[in-house]
Design a protein around this ligand. Sequence first.
Ligand SMILES: [Cu+2]
Length: 147
Amino acid sequence: MRPTPATALSCLLAGMLLACGSPPPPAAEGALGDLRFTEGFANEPIIQASGAAYLRIENRGALPDTLLEASSPAARGAMFHGGAMAHLMVLPIPAGGELRLEPGGTHIMFEDFSEMPRAGDSLAVTLRFARAGSVTLELPIRVYGTP
Ligand SMILES: [Cu+2]
């Protein structure tokens, strides 16, 4: 049985979270060439039409790279959004710098889920870079608004 927010809260209050269900999965991490990925997660979508994903991409190389595309088998499409939902075509990652996709800022916006991602599951996300190539990360899905 999926715990409701109320039961999850009561679990926390009772200090019995482990007894009530699995702890939330840790944020996704990974590496591809000079790129390091940390703090990756997706929000449980509120509607089937769209949902956001976040991660931090550090470029340890001497050359810049560019995030060209994100995709997931669970969604029909994806785009990059700036903080005010402005559509961004590609996302640069400066040499020795980082790209932060985070709540309230730039994010990946998935569109039209074939099956609603649920908190506690993970979302397979493939990222394609101009220089480093492609990587697939399993982003843990979190209830909207939880850290
Ligand atoms: Cu968006």
